[in-house]
Design a protein around this ligand. Sequence first.
Ligand SMILES: N[C@@H](CCC(=O)N[C@@H](CS)C(=O)NCC(=O)O)C(=O)O
Length: 214
Amino acid sequence: MITITAFAWVPGFAQGHVKDLRVRWALEEAGLPYQTRLLRQGDQDTPEYRALQPFGQVPVLQQDGLTLFESGAIVLHIGERSEALLPRDPAARARAIQYVFAALNSIEPHTAALAAVEVFHADQPWAPLRRPSLEAFARGRLTGLAKALGRKPFLDGDQFTVGDLIMATVLRDLGDRPVLAEHSNLVDYVARCAGRPAFIRALNAQLADFRRAA
Ligand SMILES: N[C@@H](CCC(=O)N[C@@H](CS)C(=O)NCC(=O)O)C(=O)O
């Protein structure tokens, strides 16, 4: 049985956004059952957990002696077992992987930095000075992404892939921020991805774990 780690508690604004959601979603798309190991405060700093995840973060996936951290790597690993996530055609597969990297490497650093300055550092004297350039960077990347997506349903065309799974979670974390809201095709894209039954099951499962652990 696959086990993934998740937090027993996070602040309300983060519930439904913790990165084990990506792994739950991939497992749901692939039709693979899993169980969760919920970390309570302090568990992430134990030597036992740091041996699994050097940074003390969630998620970690464990199965049959394999331990994996980094949600992108985990989701790609799950994709190896499901054509619903990674197409068999080598070129389409390479493009799906390309979009995983685009999401994690070219988009998320900028969108996460923007969200962090607004959420975690809002009361810092430097925050109003830093925010405009972070927003400008994020806007530039999202404008490029919106053009690349165009009117296609998914990044590579008609088929949802692991690239969409990661990209949608990155964009969804922006909520209704203007950098996303000003691109109606990206807003529709996030809604299309988040409307998938597998996403809804994954989201409900994360929220149910918080409720159970409360
Ligand atoms: N790059 C990592 C990031 C994981 C991550 O940021 N996890 C957050 C929850 S969403 C976490 O564990 N934060 C606690 C911490 O960093 O101490 C991944 O994608 O798995």
